[in-house]
Design a protein around this ligand. Structure first.
Ligand code: NOJ
Length: 749
């Protein structure tokens, strides 16, 4: 491995970054984690002769220029004219991108190509369901497919780098960005994050069908107080490492090319200036050798956070902390030279950042192939991509309730009334972060009403909105009631618009917006059969629906084939098998409510007042993590462990159970494995997901599902960020949701 000429000064800014971590995270116990105490253990980018040759030729201004990322064409052109630009994001279109690249490659002194980024979050041209929905599939192959299709479409259209996957674990359904991640569980989020990184990057992201991925947002962004976007996060070291960091650690192990810093503070130190998380943990302990990009003006925001007095201060905090590339704000290029002269940043820190960025450009093959073939630009979804999106969307849907059962509907049904403001919605079905790629904003999703018409061609299908998503007007209820009376069954499609979740889309209540609940009540009054389809980007508080609607299908924001996918499930062409990746609270006042909570000394007990509960609300969620029904039924039995003892070093235990389709039609079940350590030096969650498998079984068929548990599955990080595997009993639960009751135990020795 290449040895850089000098290591960052043990005295100057680096120590400052370490102290930021210590001050922010370790005051309580006063313990120093090894990662913090050790001498600079940072992983260096690999040696590449081309990068070294360039570095040797680069002026200071050119080096600083490589650290600059801008978000529009005009600014890009100005920066290029000054020879100070590393990359551009949010500019779309092969010809436009080639034109910018031509300036970089033909008119700048060293001809270093630009890197082109974009938020390709759940589709470029072809929109897939939102990531939260994908989490509900409990099938990481869904995420891998989305990433593979999106990477191909985007790369062929000139994009090199996606700002995905987002892997922020969160307990906050009010937070709009819950839509962009995989919910409340770090294990589930880890599996999906890794599948997506691999799907985008493949084995070699220089391929014309692949993108460099970006693990974001580093870190603990999902802990935003009150669910308000960008808000403060105060987190213990054990929770940081056990809850928020695992998907990032796994993504680094999977070779993710880049990481994006998050907007929040972490225990008083904003991520963009947090040397503990970026320098010590990410680049040190995890050995991350790619580059860290700031979030949009994230470095500049250190001023408003109150960490930096001015832009120079902000740059002096961010670069040593480990942010390599600055998005939109320009403090590195403006103040870098001065900061070097003042020795507030070191040449080694600057060179390290430049090396990391150039190396990703090398890996992308940009020096050999800076341009994209404009004739290959993807401008419309291919039939194969549409089919993949439709299949993914149906696989993500969760049947929350099905009394009767009302579902599936018969294809021979005579008349269907589609009611509700989202029944004819188009782009709202795409959810947040959609429409950015070429062709995406001119490909409206299939509406639910059109999907139903296609699925039941013999039926008379009507559509009556009844109300808007968030307005107060109930004057359309009467027409909706009439439509329901005239039909055999009514499908009520309610929920949220796309703009109600995603970035800067926090809600203070998570009820159905507007008068939509009233619309459901109006349909119920008719006494006719009905089902509710939910389109939304977050959990909603829907006790009314649970008590009053015969069936509820959670469709999330299902993407460009949404209407077809909803109809596939409603009519039983697809038997729903998704499970909730996040708890559904009964009321907003219960938040945070999550399955993997710690026990109190007084767990909720309805018979005892002095226990942990609300006076005015039943305990527990409305729908628990892992919940989801099917049109058939399953049993899980015969839980077996291969051993009663798990050696803490190198041990393995096989856990198996028999799952049987006990109903009358083929279907999917997600067998879930949870562990609990009932006595530990850091109290452990009442359950932790450590395995899941989605299986398809014919009616009456059985299969044995097995999982392997290793010490890693039962260990945890303590408040010194040390991973511990402690001796003692471990309980195992296997079943079809986080409420699984089938259990066994073994002992860690
Ligand atoms: C801000 C968002 O937080 C981030 O996720 C996104 O990638 C950037 N903007 C770029 O659009």
């Amino acid at each position: 491995m290449h040895e850089p000429e000098s290591h960052p000064s043990p005295d100057g800014v680096n120590r400052r970054s370490l102290l930021a971590g210590v001050g922010g995270l370790l005051t309580a116990g006063g313990l120093l984690a090894p990662a913090v105490a050790a001498a600079d253990p940072v992983a260096r980018p690999e040696h590449d002769p081309r990068v070294e040759a360039l570095l040797a030729k680069m002026t200071l201004a050119e080096k600083l220029g490589q650290l600059q990322l801008v978000g529009d064409e005009a600014t890009a052109r100005t920066a290029l004219a000054n020879g100070q630009l590393g990359g551009v994001f949010s500019v779309v279109g092969a010809a436009k991108l080639n034109a910018l690249q031509r300036i970089a490659v033909e008119q700048t002194r060293l001809r270093i190509p630009l890197i082109f980024g974009l938020d390709v979050i759940h589709g470029y041209t072809t929109n897939f369901p939102i990531p939260l929905a994908q989490g509900a599939s409990f099938d990481p192959a869904v995420a891998a497919t989305d990433a593979t299709v999106s990477a191909k479409e985007a790369r062929r259209s000139g994009i090199h780098w996606t700002y995905a996957p987002m892997m922020d674990v969160t307990h906050e359904p009010r937070w709009g960005r819950i839509a962009e991640g995989y919910g409340e569980d770090p294990y589930l989020a880890t599996k999906f994050a890794v599948a997506k990184v691999r799907g985008y990057q493949g084995d070699d992201y220089s391929s014309p069908d692949r993108l460099a991925a970006c693990a974001k947002h580093f870190v603990a962004y999902g802990g935003a107080e009150g669910g308000r976007d960008y808000n403060t996060v105060d987190v213990s070291l054990q929770r940081l490492h056990n809850l928020y960091l695992p998907p990032f650690k796994a993504s680094v192990e999977a070779g993710v090319a880049t990481v994006m810093a998050s907007f929040n503070t972490i225990s008083g130190v904003p991520a963009h200036g947090n040397g503990y998380v970026l320098h010590d943990v990410l680049k040190g302990t995890y050995g991350f050798r790619g580059f860290v990009v700031s979030d949009y003006t994230g470095i500049e925001e250190l001023i408003l956070h109150g960490l930096a007095g001015d832009g120079a201060d902000a740059a002096a905090a961010a670069l040593p902390a480990g942010v390599d590339m600055e998005m939109v704000s320009t403090n590195y290029v403006r103040f870098g030279q001065r900061l070097l002269a003042e020795r507030r940043i070191t040449r080694d820190q600057l060179d390290d950042a430049v090396r990391r960025i150039l190396l990703v450009k090398v890996r992308l093959g940009l020096f050999e192939r800076p341009y994209v073939d404009e004739s290959g630009e993807v401008k419309a979804p291919s039939p194969a991509a549409l089919a993949a999106s439709r299949q993914a969307a149906a696989r993500c849907m969760v049947l929350l309730k099905n009394d009767g059962p009302v579902l599936p509907l018969a294809k021979t049904v005579g008349a269907v009334a589609v009611v509700g403001p989202l029944g004819a919605a188009t782009y709202d079905l795409n959810g947040t972060w959609s429409g950015l790629g070429t062709g995406a904003s001119t490909t409206p999703p299939v509406t639910v009403v059109d999907g139903i018409k296609a699925a039941a061609p013999g039926a008379r299908v009507t559509y009556t909105p009844g109300c808007t998503v968030d307005g107060p007007d109930t004057s359309g209820f009467a027409a909706a009631r009439d439509a329901a009376r005239a039909a055999d069954v009514t499908v009520v499609v309610v929920g949220e618009t796309a703009a109600m979740s995603g970035e800067a889309a926090a809600r203070s209540t998570i009820d159905l917006p507007g008068v939509q609940q009233g619309l459901v009540a109006a349909i119920k009054e008719t006494g006719k059969p009905f089902v509710v389809v939910l389109v939304n980007g977050r959990p909603l508080t829907i006790p009314y629906l649970h008590d009053n609607a015969p069936a509820i299908l959670e469709a999330w924001a299902p993407g460009v084939q949404g209407g077809h996918a909803v109809a596939d499930v409603l009519f039983g062409a697809v038997n729903p098998g998704g499970k909730l990746p996040v708890s559904f609270p009964r009321a907003v006042g219960q938040i945070p409510i999550y399955y993997n909570h710690e026990n109190t000394g007084r767990p909720a007990d309805p018979a005892n007042k002095y226990t942990s509960k609300y006076l005015d609300l039943e305990s527990g969620p409305l729908y628990e993590f892992g919940h989801g029904l099917s049109y058939t039924t399953f049993s899980v039995e015969n839980l077996r462990l291969s051993d009663t003892r798990l050696p803490a070093r190198g041990g393995r235990i096989q856990v198996s159970a028999r799952v049987t389709n006990t109903g009358g039609r083929a279907g999917d079940e997600v067998v879930q494995l949870y562990v609990r350590d009932p006595v530990a030096t850091i109290v452990q969650p009442v359950r932790r997901l450590r395995g899941f498998q989605r299986v398809t079984l014919e009616a009456g068929a059985s299969t044995t599902v097995s999982f392997t548990l290793t010490p890693e599955d039962v260990g945890f990080y303590d408040n010194s960020a040390r991973f511990r595997v402690e001796p003692g009993k471990i309980e195992v639960y296997v079943g079809t949701s986080s409420a699984a009751t089938l259990s066994a135990s073994f002992t860690v020795v």
